[in-house]
Write a new protein. Sequence first.
Length: 165
Amino acid sequence: MKAVEIAMKTETDAIDFYGKAARKTVHPVGKQMFLSIIDDEKRHLEVLKCIFEGMDIDFPGESPIKKIRTVFEENRGAMLSRVAATADETQALEIAMRMEKESVDFYEKAAAGASGREKTVFERLIKEEEQHYTIFSNTLQFLTDTGNWFMWEEHSAVDGGTQWA
């Protein structure tokens, strides 16, 4: 099986898993995060299908990190309304992080054995999957340790002052 075929199967599995995670996630922001990642994975799948079929490819869309940052900024109040995560939500995030790490590892190997457009696509997929990992990691930290998450994300010192004061 070619690397592109394996990659297509990986993206299809990710879409399926993230869909199930979105259905199980109670918090609307978490649900929206998973749905946003599904859109990215669907876009990845379409690009891989183009490679598989020997077509010219275009890699549309914005960075996953930019999309999620907007989701979090728009929903900050809703996020604070429920800081404790259910076991299903944290487990889904931990599994998602493992899946993204495995995807990065696979795409790094695939890129090493590829050339031309295929290599370029694999390298782009590596960057986007790394961003997905970061999104899931930050979300898990927020849900399991909200106080520390705000301290680091807002760059405040323990006493509430700025770092440079």
